[in-house]
Design a protein around this ligand. Structure first.
Ligand SMILES: C[S@@+](CC[C@H](N)C(=O)[O-])C[C@H]1O[C@@H](n2cnc3c(N)ncnc32)[C@H](O)[C@@H]1O
Length: 225
């Protein structure tokens, strides 16, 4: 699995420049069973959509990350409290071959409500005419709430580890390899470590690389090599 959280190019900030050419590299590195989760805004995906298609990457689905707070860049627009992550896979391999472990919600179970079967002679004397049956775990919703890292972040666009854990469990088997193209704070590295997946990350900024390395080194007893 590849996780990519590139600069979205949404702002005029100096570091927020779209990166060219990484889509092809990602497509070349993906196994046929692999897929890639890319973080971005709708503006980013509209602008970059053709690059994914030209690299031979097929869109599969997206999730919405709902934050507990967000950014209000514009006083005349909604306060933005969400980001998107879209999943792509190699267009030359069928979706059926892609590793995909559907996630379920641990705290809710689907219920089936059906009319009770009663012996005919009881008539209408039963107070409850319906019964509720356990329908098994509920499939996780595509809008996923996770607290953003404000106040404790070591990177301005740091993603929450628990959100990354959901994406990793969905798309990378135990012992599988995560490639992180824009590592930033090392959030995906921490999530991979927690879940027993291998991890290789790339980060161009030496300060962030150092901060991410220090963060991972603190996660004892989980050792990093
Ligand atoms: C949106 S941030 C990633 C944040 C990260 N997901 C996290 O949770 O902390 C994008 C990162 O990509 C890095 N970056 C930009 N261009 C890059 C490149 N060509 N190769 C590797 N990293 C790059 C930036 O320095 C920045 O740290």
């Amino acid at each position: 699995m590849i996780v990519a959280d590139p600069p979205y190019g949404d702002t005029s900030l100096e570091w927020d420049r779209p990166v060219e050419g990484w889509h092809e590299r990602a497509a070349a590195l993906l196994k046929p069973s692999g897929s890639m989760w890319v973080f971005g805004s709708l503006r980013y995906f509209l602008a970059e959509g053709k690059n994914f298609a030209e690299a031979g990457l097929q869109y599969a689905q997206e999730i919405v990350w709902e934050k507990h707070n967000g950014s209000g860049f514009h006083s005349d627009r909604f306060k933005r409290v969400h980001e998107l992550a879209a999943q792509f896979y190699r267009a030359d391999s069928p979706w059926a071959d892609v590793f995909n472990e559907v996630q379920t919600t641990p705290d809710a179970r689907a219920r089936t409500v059906r009319r009770k079967k009663r012996p005919t002679h009881t008539g209408n004397i039963n107070a409850s005419h319906y019964e509720s049956e356990d329908g098994g775990p509920r499939i996780m919703r595509s809008v996923i709430y996770a607290r953003s890292c404000h106040g404790r972040a070591i990177h301005p666009t740091q993603k929450p580890v628990d959100l990354l854990e959901v994406l990793i469990r969905t798309s990378c088997p135990k012992g599988g390899l995560i490639g992180d193209f824009f590592a930033g704070s090392g959030a995906a590295a921490e999530a991979a470590e927690m879940l027993g997946r291998e991890y290789v990350g790339a980060e161009i900024d030496l300060d962030y690389y150092s901060a991410a390395s220090a963060r991972l080194a603190q996660n004892l007893p989980l050792a990093i090599a």
